[in-house]
Design a protein around this ligand. Structure first.
Ligand code: NIG
Ligand code: FE
Length: 415
């Protein structure tokens, strides 16, 4: 078969294929090929290898691109974001600098609830426009798949509006959007002091979200003063019964055995985990739950970091995401998150690349179609203007992207 596109002379090709034999931790088992090529046909990976590409892959219409010894990696996967919302919250940021705790701001009716107010007032078109700006930025950082949670609606109508935005985005810009229902993000003002009644309300929303096919996942903010272990269990168990895949924001600010609950219920991933217990780490490993770490949130809130090394040594598979949202982590820059993971989570470059490629795909149930450069997979790829992956983490605070391909099509090129 002839290729549509061949990218050759790649200095390091991060395939993110998981190797059986390797040295280092189980998070370092990804393949990196030197002096490599990748061939694409009909938006899929046709072939890859080292040295010269086989000449029989070329026809008159094959496009050839010289990577000039740069790094080529699978398109990055941002598997945890609160992409769709209106407004910004820089006023709270200043309060936080002055020492007001994040949960205190929420208790006062600010935080998530102020974004709920703004989002309620916005039209679908306005939400789409704002989200598209963020997606364009994400794309420029090499991101090709983004998970997007609702949770700034908190009523059926407004949650549906947010999820409809995900649907529109999926057909009006190149990044693949994975949709998550997170009606249990906070108790809205109109249920103040009646969280258990709001929990029932969320449970009532589930069938309608499911029948409309608006979300693949269901997530919850399991946190002291937000949703308790029992409340989280109730909602997630019901969601699972209805056929949602489930996720949990666990042990983010206060340790409350959220990770253990995720493992017990069979969540695909548990997110944040700054306060995870030793037992929680063991449970994640036992039940094969991905630990989705969001160190940008620790950085921005000035909080402690998740014990990534302990998790990795225990054999837990780790993903990394931005948590992009207007409160605890207002950044679209996954490369910055990777750099924070290097310096603060002490993750190695290989572990970090695995976390934002194949493990990000696993956290979204996409590991059979994306997250690695393997024959038959989606040709989602990013070329970095760097000679090796170490350099990308070392030279921090800049954008290393040279170009981005989704389904084999060039969708971003550095000017
Ligand atoms: O993941 N933890 C809950 N949700 C977000 C923050 C949302 C917000 O502050 O608007 C998070 O950190
Ligand atoms: Fe989050």
């Amino acid at each position: 078969m002839k290729a549509d596109l061949i990218i050759y002379n790649i200095g390091q090709l991060v395939t993110s294929r998981e190797l059986e034999e390797f040295s280092g931790t189980a998070m370092e088992n990804i393949e990196i090929l030197e002096n490599a090529y990748v061939a694409i046909k009909d938006g899929r990976i046709l072939n890859l290898g080292t040295e010269d590409f086989p000449k029989d892959l070329i026809s008159l219409s094959t496009k050839l691109i010289d990577a000039e010894q740069k790094v080529l990696a699978p398109g990055l996967i941002d598997s945890h974001t609160h992409l769709v919302h209106a407004g910004t919250r820089e006023n709270e940021f200043v309060d936080k600098i002055k020492g007001v705790p994040y949960l205190e701001i929420l208790k006062r009716g600010g935080g998530i609830l102020s974004t709920v107010e703004a989002t309620k007032k916005a039209s679908i078109d306005e939400l789409v426009e704002k989200a598209k700006k963020s997606l364009n930025l994400m794309l420029s950082f090499g991101v090709t798949t983004v998970e997007s949670k609702s949770g700034y609606g908190l009523s059926l109508e407004s949650e549906i509006k947010q999820l409809m935005v995900n649907r529109v985005l999926n057909t009006s810009q190149p990044i693949e959007i994975v949709s998550t229902f997170m009606g249990a993000h906070a108790t809205p003002d109109w249920y103040k002091g009646k969280t258990s009644e709001y929990v029932e309300e969320v449970i009532k929303m589930l069938p309608s979200i499911k029948t409309k096919g608006l979300a693949e996942f269901c997530d919850i903010f399991c946190e002291e003063g937000v949703f308790s272990i029992e409340e989280s269990k109730k909602i997630l168990a019901e969601a699972k019964k209805l056929g949602f895949k489930i996720k949990i924001h666990a042990d983010e600010i206060v340790s409350m055995k959220g990770a253990e609950l995720g493992a017990e219920l069979g969540t695909i991933s548990a997110e944040h985990l700054m306060g995870i217990s030793k037992e929680g780490i063991k449970e994640l490993k036992k039940k094969n739950v991905i630990a989705n770490l969001l160190p940008g949130t620790s950085f921005n809130l000035g909080k402690k970091y998740a014990p990534a090394r302990e998790m990795i040594e225990e054999g837990v598979q780790v993903a990394l995401s931005t948590d992009y949202n207007p409160g605890s982590c207002p950044t679209e820059n996954l490369q910055l998150i990777m750099q924070i993971a290097a310096t603060n989570l002490k993750m190695t470059p290989k572990e970090i690349f695995k976390a934002v490629t194949i493990n990000g795909a696993k956290a979204l149930g996409r590991e059979k179609i994306s997250g690695s450069i393997e024959i038959g997979k989606k040709a989602d790829m990013v070329i970095f203007d760097a000679k090796n992956i170490d350099y990308i983490l070392y030279h921090f605070g800049i954008n290393h992207t040279d170009s981005v391909y989704i389904n084999g099509t060039l969708v971003y090129k550095k000017k």
